[in-house]
Design a protein around this ligand. Structure first.
Ligand SMILES: [Zn+2]
Length: 260
């Protein structure tokens, strides 16, 4: 299965798989005790889940997948099309951060992949990549510059769609709170790597810019989600990346949400 749809109040949400991301265990589980992740081989494909939200009148995509930069991924557009959503339909693209698995699909042949969309990016994220103009990430982001609305503070960009800064993985890493009626979904992108490390805050996906800050953000988000009983969407968790965090004997436990 490569898509999964569910309602959030009056909104509808669609999880879309972009394929798989080939990783080494050392990369995907940086600063992680081996006994927590014994079941993983030295090399494996990490899940790549992204999400599309339809509000009353807007089509919103959160991150764009790898695009053509990874032979095992880049399936997001194709899988969206199977649900009747094409690249011209997307009104808003929220970029949680600048890593290639999240922005690679944002540009095709030097032009924005979603021609009618406004792209959203934290200014700290732009500044971080702009400090290295040779980077592939900056090469992509600079092609989007005229389409980007830069975010300087936590903000509700549309009714029920709030962006807030969750730094550490990168300087301008965004999380997204989606709310309609009394239902909420918290999209935390790459703050978390796999449910097996939920009780080990220093564990993170490689290329984390500030693991110390990342650990603080992970703690805050996990505590918040647990206390509020809020559903999370995590990009690299097993498909469809949806679930709740509950307390089990003073440990965090991931309760997947997946209704057929
Ligand atoms: Zn990622």
């Amino acid at each position: 299965m490569n898509t999964y749809s569910f309602p959030i109040g009056n909104f509808s949400a669609l999880v879309i798989s972009d394929g798989g991301m080939p990783v080494t265990k050392e990369f995907f589980f940086a600063e992680t005790p081996d006994h927590l992740v014994q079941g993983f081989p030295a090399n494996f494909q990490a899940p790549l889940n992204f999400i599309h939200i339809t509000t009353d009148n807007k089509n919103i995509l959160i991150d764009t997948g790898f695009g053509s930069r990874c032979k095992d991924a880049g399936q997001l557009l194709h899988n969206l099309a199977k649900h009747g959503i094409n690249k011209y339909d997307i009104d808003e693209v929220i970029l949680t951060h600048g890593h290639l698995d999240h922005i690679g699909g944002a540009v095709i042949e030097g032009e924005p992949s979603f021609p009618n969309a406004t792209y959203y990016l934290r200014i700290e994220e732009w500044d971080m990549w702009a400090a290295n103009k040779e980077s592939e990430e900056y090469q992509i982001l600079s092609r989007l510059e005229n389409s980007i609305t830069f975010i300087h503070k936590d903000v509700e960009i549309l009714p029920g769609i709030k962006l807030f800064l969750t730094p550490g993985h990168t300087d301008g890493h965004l999380s997204v709170m989606v709310q309609s009626e009394s239902q909420r979904l918290l999209i935390v992108s790459d703050l978390l790597n796999d449910p097996s490390t939920l009780n080990h805050l220093s564990s993170h996906i490689g290329l984390e810019v500030s693991p110390e800050k990342g650990s603080q953000t992970r703690k805050a988000i996990i505590d918040f989600a647990k206390q509020q009983g809020i559903m999370l969407f995590v990009c690299h968790y097993p498909f469809p990346g949806l679930g709740f965090i509950e307390d089990h004997n003073n440990n965090h436990k991931w309760i997947p949400y997946f209704k057929e």
